[in-house]
Design a protein around this ligand. Structure first.
Ligand code: R5P
Length: 312
């Protein structure tokens, strides 16, 4: 089977870097709209019998990006592709993996069902909100990690007094992984979400006084988690020399303004989500293209993903 990479509309620059790492070019396709606003997708090269990898994060606009992915997969299946793998660097709706109150959907499962029903045989993603996502799919889910990429890009900037801080309970294992790789101590911020963009922080576990915090998380959305954590860290005597590392930078709503007002020395995310200009002076991006490219290469060749996987 020939290897073929098709980019969706959400992050063509990441897709193009992945293809170039693999020494191939992206297949030509059309993604635009009909005059009435409906999406139109067309693959302009044969896919018959090929091992096709569709690269499309389902970040906002999540519904449009998901629909483009489903339409590309449907087009591949109908055109006789040998196998279709969805590479979804950022997986939207993953946080809706259970009902917080009654009469809510489990949207993560709904999205998984939609992905499976268009003939996608395997999903590759990175640093999902919860590892439970694996159980939501019946097809294989290859869960990659952005941590080695972030650690490489961040480590030379950190001072000896750094403490790795989990910005909430869910990030504890992530913080432990960073701490192991950098041989640093950890602390944990106890967070309670009050609404979509407000959180309250009750206490900190661990010694942060006179230390420089490195906050780690899987994603930054409104920045509410980080803002609340930084406030409580500074109140507990941490140095105003805050570093932040997260795999997915969504920066929803007024996240950038919120974060710009804080004493952040460096904020690092990966390129799973396209970053269009940014007001945070200390903001930077590390590319995960080599990780996705290597995963695609090994999947295509039927080799183990080994250390690329996030099993933490
Ligand atoms: C939540 O549990 C995640 O790990 C992140 O902490 C959260 O999604 C970030 O969202 P926000 O930036 O809106 O606080």
């Amino acid at each position: 089977m020939d290897l073929q990479i098709i980019s969706g509309s959400a992050n063509p620059s990441l897709a193009s870097s992945v293809a170039s790492q693999l020494g191939i070019t992206l297949s030509h396709r059309i993604v635009d709209r009909f005059p009435d606003g409906e999406l139109r997708v067309e693959i302009q090269e044969t896919v018959r019998g090929h091992d096709v990898f569709l690269i499309q994060p389902t970040c906002p606009p999540s519904e449009e990006n998901l629909m483009v992915l489903l339409m590309l997969a449907d087009a591949c299946r109908r055109a006789g592709a040998g196998r279709v793998t969805a590479v979804i660097p950022y997986f939207g709706y993953a946080r809706q993996d259970r009902r917080a109150v009654g009469r809510q959907p489990v949207t993560a499962r709904l999205v998984a069902d939609l992905i499976e029903c268009v003939g996608i045989e395997r999903v590759v993603s990175a640093d999902l909100h919860s590892r439970a996502m694996e159980g939501i799919f019946s097809i294989p889910l290859e869960h990659l990690s952005g941590v080695p990429t972030l650690v490489d890009a961040m480590k030379s900037q950190l001072s000896e007094d750094t403490v790795v801080v989990a910005s909430d309970l869910g990030a504890t294992k992530l913080a432990e992984r960073w701490a192991r790789l950098l041989d640093l101590p950890t602390a944990l911020v106890h967070k309670q979400r009050l609404s979509g963009d407000t959180v309250s922080v009750r206490e900190i576990t661990g010694d942060v006084k006179d230390r420089s915090p490195l906050l780690v998380d899987d994603m930054i959305s409104t920045g509410g988690t980080l803002a609340a954590a930084i406030e409580v860290l500074l109140a507990a005597g941490a140095k105003p020399n805050v570093h932040i590392a997260a795999t997915h930078g969504l920066f929803a709503g007024n996240a950038i303004q919120r974060l710009s007002a804080l004493p952040i020395s460096r904020l690092l995310v990966t390129d799973t989500v396209t970053q269009a200009g940014n007001a945070v002076a200390a903001f930077s991006t590390a590319t995960m293209a080599p990780v996705f490219a290597e995963a695609i290469r090994r999947l295509y060749e039927g080799r183990s993903l080994g250390e690329l996987l996030n099993l933490g």
